[in-house]
Design a protein around this ligand. Structure first.
Ligand code: DAH
Length: 340
């Protein structure tokens, strides 16, 4: 028995010397100490050992078992550590590497210009509100005093979903919506898409952007409108840009004006950008019609207000010299990426 134990321990030491993975240590443990392991089997012979020898033999076997376990474990731990180190070396991250980064988006030229405009308006005390792109005929037309037979209500121009719900044709739908929610005095603006049936060409698209401004308070006058709009346009288009106010007509304002700005490409001489006019029409505005105030629950004898509406696509188109209106809403990343 003694010789057999020594043989097994020598076998264990020799095998451990050849082993170079922790998995092999596991196998060796099974071979020596497992259920049918070499040492485990020796325990079975204990039955045959004489009672006088039993205690000494038992001790010998237990010591051998512990010794085998100690040898295997220490080599196993050593190999496990080495394996972990190797794994970490292989998986290490080089933080100085120039990674192939995920694509980062860019802002659409309309968003860039809108952010500039929003900053100007915020600075003048306007706060932003939102209106729905799909709205009731009531908000889009009726409550801004567009009579039932007005040509702009024509099914030919407007995109109706049902007989009284349509894709808004103007951001002016935010006027009654604002008056419904906020009590005067207030100064708000709203920006978003509007929709009209239109064939796509270089200057027309069925969806485009508008910006609407509304100011209602006691004693708001045409002079306030002229002052505020001139200031907005100077800040937005540049100090030297010449603007011209002329009388016009809109159902929701009285009196109504339209504002022309000198073409910033040819400086008023006339070119292809302004179709030879030297100027272009940039917005409609006016004093909110007393009927509109009244229909929306505001007493026109106490309050007055102004409103203005820009077509917004034109400015970024001119600023970035974009020749085609279509690319403005196709959202092709190759186009948008240029405006980072
Ligand atoms: N809603 C008009 C349009 O789409 C633009 C407009 C004109 C808005 C005069 C206004 C305004 O608020 O006062 O053509």
């Amino acid at each position: 028995m003694k010789e057999r134990i020594e043989e097994i321990l020598k076998y264990t030491t020799d095998t451990l010397n050849k082993i170079d993975t922790s998995a092999e240590c596991q196998n060796l443990r099974v071979e020596i100490l497992g259920k049918n392991g070499k040492i485990t089997q020796l325990f079975r012979f204990m039955k045959e050992v004489s009672p006088e020898e039993k205690q000494a033999m038992g001790q010998l076997l237990n010591t051998a078992k512990q010794e085998a376990e100690r040898m295997i474990s220490s080599k196993e731990v050593f190999l496990q550590n080495a394996e972990l180190e190797e794994k970490l070396m292989k998986e290490k991250i080089d933080v100085t590497l120039d990674l192939n980064q995920e694509e980062v988006g860019a802002l659409h030229p309309i968003s860039i210009d809108f952010m500039r405009m929003a900053e100007i308006l915020n600075g003048m005390g306007f706060s932003q509100i939102d209106g729905p792109e799909i709205d009731y005929d009531k908000y889009n037309f009726e409550l801004v005093n567009v009579p039932k037979d007005h040509p702009s209500r024509d099914m030919q121009d407007s995109l109706y979903i049902t007989s009284d719900i349509l894709l808004r044709t103007q951001t002016s739908n935010t006027q009654p919506r604002a008056m419904e929610k906020i009590k005067p005095p207030f100064k708000v603006f709203s920006f978003g898409r509007v929709f009209r049936k239109d064939e796509i060409d270089a200057t027309h698209t069925p969806a485009f952007y508008q910006l609407e401004g509304i100011y209602i308070d006691k004693k708001v006058s045409l002079a306030d409108l002229k002052h505020d709009l001139s200031l907005i346009l100077k800040k937005y288009l540049g100090e030297s840009t010449k603007t011209k106010f002329r009388a016009s007509y809109f159902p929701f304002t009285e009196p109504s004006v339209e504002v022309d700005a000198e073409c910033n490409v040819c400086k008023g001489k006339g070119c292809s950008a302004c179709k030879g006019a030297g100027q272009y029409e940039i917005l409609g505005a006016g004093m909110i019609h007393p009927r509109v105030l009244e229909m929306n629950g505001i007493d026109p004898n106490v309050y007055s207000g102004y409103a203005f509406g820009f077509g917004f696509d034109r400015f970024p188109k001119m600023r970035y010299k974009i020749p085609n209106a279509k690319v403005m809403f196709e959202n092709d990343v190759r186009f948008i990426k240029q405006f980072k």
